[in-house]
Design a protein around this ligand. Structure first.
Ligand code: AMP
Ligand code: MG
Length: 391
């Protein structure tokens, strides 16, 4: 048995970023930028009004001053208007500033009198003007290689005239759930059967990480069934198998993989839940053998498969987000393996949820975070702890 950090290092050592590709911006959510991006133009790109009002010269605006309205500038087409002392131009939010004007007085702060306004306030130079480049300078770095693309980054790229973005490669995953007891979702269960929930769990986790599910299959606990599916799965970048990686007579995943020439780099990791975890390579595919118990499969996916996938996709941060929160209960880890406790964080507090056993899917479904408690560690209710969050 090796430590979790050793296992993780062996996995990351075996992983290479995949070749980058261009992707339409609308499809790029949750992918990782494959190169640095610089601003192509300043933001805003021209001086414009932040308010509906009147473009003025600030020093003209005394309380009670009268200014002649010489034109109107709406957002859209720059009419190339001009403001000189004693005059003003009616202006709307987002409209280009007329030459000569240095500020905008809000329409609420003037009284309109036919083709004149009376200003009811003093105005500072620059007031309610969004100056060219005040948000973003031309050439400024806007995205760093490895950044995750979220909605606001897509919006920024669009504001810069991009249609596409270069992102890290596509990780195609084959999902194989193994076990004679597994029935497809919704089928009538025969005595002794259970629904194959891991298959959908893993498919959704792969998609949540930004990967593509290339294949999903269920296999029985027979070497021939496993061989057939492993062969098909080996075309994918990663193979995520659940079940059959433990030490029982029906756990044939490891022996079958070895028989097919797979190299097993990691087997059994000091992590709870998730000890019977396997990692290796089959041809060019990375193989992750996850325990069949749903919580173990989930935890080992997050700790081992996710970082590998994100590295292949070109991410620069492959860890789950961490939060510092208050622990609601006393916790002690008596086991010889670090324990990932499932729980819920709300309002700055983490509360362990449900049975902390590796089959307990309900408690997991109510959780949104993991607390890692080291072997022999005692934690007290009320103390601050670092948790990993996944949603
Ligand atoms: P195994 O890792 O094959 O020894 O399975 C450990 C436990 O996980 C057993 O109780 C299995 O019935 C259960 N299990 C295995 N595969 C799945 C699956 N795909 N969905 C839900 N439970 C599973
Ligand atoms: Mg099994």
């Amino acid at each position: 048995m090796i430590s979790e950090s050793e296992a993780r290092q062996k996995i990351l050592d075996a992983v290479r970023p995949l070749p980058a590709r261009n992707m339409p911006l609308l499809d790029a959510l949750d992918h990782f930028v494959a190169e640095d991006y610089q601003a192509r133009m300043p933001l805003p790109n021209f001086d414009n009004s932040a308010m509906d009002g009147y473009a003025v010269i600030a020093r003209d605006c005394k309380v009670g001053a009268r200014l002649r309205v010489t034109g109107e500038q709406a957002a859209g087409v720059d009419r190339k208007l001009h403001v000189s002392s004693g005059t003003t131009v009616r202006i709307f939010t987002g409209a280009p500033m007329p030459a000569g004007a240095d500020s905008v007085v809000m329409q609420e702060d003037v009284t309109r009198d036919n083709n004149e306004i009376v200003t009811n306030v003093e105005v500072e130079p620059g007031e309610f003007v969004r100056t060219r480049g005040c948000d973003l300078a031309d050439g400024q770095k806007i995205l760093r290689k490895g950044d995750r693309i979220n909605e606001t980054k897509v919006a920024l790229l669009v504001s810069q005239g991009f249609r596409e973005v270069s992102v890290g490669g596509d990780v195609r995953a084959a999902i194989l759930s193994t076990g004679d007891e597994l029935a497809p979702p919704g089928d009538k269960l025969r005595p002794g059967q259970i629904y194959d929930s891991n298959s959908v769990l893993l498919q959704l986790l792969v998609q949540r990480c930004g990967g593509t599910v290339a294949l999903s299959a269920r296999c029985s606990d027979k070497a021939t069934s496993l061989q057939k599916e492993f062969r098909a799965a080996a075309k994918a970048e990663i193979i995520a198998i659940t079940g059959g990686v433990s030490v029982g007579e029906h756990d044939l995943v490891q022996s079958t993989l070895r028989g097919m020439g797979a190299k097993i780099e990691v087997w059994r990791v000091a992590i709870k839940p998730g000890k019977p975890f396997l990692f290796g390579t089959l041809g060019k595919a990375l193989v992750f053998g996850l325990p069949g118990n749903p919580v173990s499969a989930f935890v080992t996916f997050l700790q081992f498969v996710r970082p590998a996938m994100l590295t292949m996709m070109g991410a620069n941060d492959v860890d789950l987000p961490k939060l510092s929160v208050k622990l609601a209960t006393d916790e002690r880890n008596e086991s010889e393996r670090p324990h990932y406790i499932r729980g819920k964080f709300t309002d700055g507090t983490f509360t362990p949820i449900g049975r902390q056993e590796s089959h307990a899917l309900y408690g997991l479904s109510e959780s949104n975070a993991l607390l890692r408690v080291e072997t022999g560690e005692t934690l007290k209710a009320g103390q601050m702890v670092s948790i990993q969050v996944w949603c």
